[in-house]
Design a protein around this ligand. Structure first.
Ligand SMILES: Nc1nc2c(c(=O)[nH]1)N[C@H]1C(S)=C(S)[C@@H](COP(=O)(O)O)O[C@H]1N2
Ligand SMILES: [Mo]
Length: 514
């Protein structure tokens, strides 16, 4: 009696291809550059001995990459069929094969430059698809095989099982293909905006001018200027808004004399200002790293507000982003002549990265991001705090959100071991818009002693600090505090980030050894 043997590899093939398609769909939808198959192909190139690779490349001319991708897919197809055959006898072996394949794909993705955990989403989606589809397809086969031996109706059953399997295979294969097309469609917007962003030439944007002496040269301390790549990212967007400059407008309305709708060109035409500004998140805990310092270029908000004529009874601007996020910003901070609040179009000399608000976002020195730094900004409504609520204030966070003084120890690291004797310590301190005048450290609860400060171009940026301490062998605790330009000493009172920012002093424990 013939058993439906050949149907098992078929099931494996369908499951395998469905997994590849779904993983491709996720990569395309999220515009993840390192999709599993190309990542594996690129890894193959990397691990191939140079002479072999060269011969192959010369042989294949410029088709080496497509050739490799095709090879990876073909080899995968064979593997998928084998896995399907295996699943007949040993289900765990099939599962183990999927785990190994997924692990290889994950490793390939992670070895590419600049990849992170989210880049593994396509691999995870593919893995789940493999398991689910293989189970769904082999279930009728398993049932059929169980009865085929014992019953007269074997051939009829076999035929109906084959039919069932083909139908299911088509359904799953079709669904996976549809998902792949859908993923590509979803990702299209982002790819287009990415393209328009890379073509954008902003005449008024200058390269970051690195101030002399801002980095004081402590080993292990991150740079005073934060690259856009390393800059923290916080927002509520699940799908990042993708807006081309041509599609962007800003509407300024509310308590104004003349409502204004600005296009991107109108905005740029008003002339760009640039400044170093440190931005931080209200959710940053003491010692945390939700803070970064960048060179921003944009248009001064106070001149736009002067243009529209703000009514004297207004005290807030309700900002709305393309994805419907809102925040209420104190009008006084936006009109303050000593503080260059801007509609930023560039970060570190380049058009804003999409994740940081392309094409236009707000930057206001001295306010936490949640009350000011609207990314993908679309609307300014001049209004009164008493008349509005915004995204985070509805959820219990403070209304106005001025930043609080903070200082952080980066060197030595918490829990590290250093050589006893003279030990270098260092970190950052900030109170944007007011500025830091001094930083002090205390070793093991001893007296506060001043350390050196790096130079800063203005009061709106953080400052690096560094010192050298004489440290005896043993366990130690180091604490830090800052003093602002008004002589105010940073408070040691511990407060949670909710509702309006953490307070308390950063402290680290370390060990000195001879
Ligand atoms: N559209 C939009 N803008 C937003 C947010 C958001 O959720 N949506 N989050 C804000 C918060 S809480 C912070 S701290 C900053 C972070 O900006 P970044 O991601 O560029 O570092 O963006 C602000 N702007
Ligand atoms: Mo934030």
């Amino acid at each position: 009696m013939a058993r439906p043997r050949s149907l098992w590899p078929f099931a494996g093939l369908v499951a395998g291809v469905a997994g590849l398609l779904v993983s491709y769909a996720v990569a395309a939808a999220l515009a993840i550059r390192e999709a599993p198959v190309p990542a594996i192909a690129e890894t193959v190139i990397q691990v191939t001995p140079g002479n072999v690779a060269e011969t192959a490349i010369r042989f294949l001319q410029r088709y080496d990459k497509p050739f490799l991708v095709v090879m990876v897919v073909l080899i995968s197809l064979v593997l998928f069929a084998v896995v399907g055959a295996w699943s007949r006898r040993r289900w765990w072996l099939a599962l183990a094969a999927y785990v190994v394949l997924a692990a290889l794909a994950a490793a390939a993705v992670l070895t590419r430059a600049g990849t992170g955990v989210t880049d593994l989403l396509p691999v995870a989606a593919g893995f789940v698809t493999w398991v689910v589809v293989l189970m769904a397809l082999t279930e009728p086969l398993r049932r059929a095989e169980a009865v085929v031996d014992s019953e007269e109706s074997g051939p009829t059953l076999l035929a109906s099982t084959r039919r069932q399997l083909v139908v299911r295979g088509l359904l799953f294969g079709g669904a996976a293909a549809a998902v792949a097309v859908g993923g590509r469609f979803l990702g299209r917007g982002r790819r287009q905006v990415e393209a328009s962003r890379s073509l954008l030439r902003l005449d008024g944007v200058s390269r970051p001018r690195m101030p002399v002496g801002a980095n004081i040269g402590v080993e292990g301390l991150s740079g005073w200027a934060t690259s856009s790549h390393d800059f923290y990212r916080i927002d509520t967007a699940i799908v990042t808004p993708t807006i081309t400059p041509a599609d962007w407008t800003l509407r300024i309305h509310g308590l104004v004399d003349r409502e204004l709708v600005l296009t991107y060109e109108d905005l740029i035409a008003r002339g760009l200002t640039d400044a170093w500004v440190t931005l931080n998140c209200v959710s940053n805990p003491v010692g945390g790293d939700l803070v970064g310092n960048a060179w921003w270029s944009g248009v001064l908000i106070r001149s736009l507000l002067a243009e529209v004529g703000v009514h004297p009874d207004a005290d807030a601007v309700l900002q709305t982003s393309d994805d419907g996020w809102t925040c209420g910003t104190p009008l006084a901070a936006l009109t303050d002549p000593d503080r260059n609040a801007m509609l930023a179009v560039a970060m570190n000399g380049e058009p804003l990265p999409i994740d940081h608000g392309f094409p236009v976002r707000t930057i206001v020195p001295g306010l936490y991001g949640y009350v000011s730094a609207t990314k993908w900004v679309r609307e300014y409504e001049v209004t009164r705090f008493s008349d509005i609520t915004a995204y985070w204030t509805q959820r219990g966070w403070g209304e106005r959100g001025p930043v609080k003084m903070a200082s952080r120890i980066d060197v030595p690291q918490q829990g590290s071991t250093v050589a006893a004797g003279s030990v270098q310590v260092g970190g950052f301190a900030w109170l944007q818009h007011t500025g830091i005048s001094a930083v002090q450290v205390s070793l093991d609860g001893g007296s506060w002693t001043g350390v050196d400060l790096g130079r800063v171009p203005n009061a709106d940026t953080w400052v690096q600090w560094a010192g050298t301490l004489d440290v005896a062998p043993g366990d130690h605790v180091l604490r830090v505090r800052a003093i602002d330009e008004n002589g105010e000493v940073q408070t040691s009172v511990v407060r949670d980030v909710l509702p309006d920012g953490a307070t308390g002093l950063d402290g680290i424990a370390f060990t000195a050894k001879t």
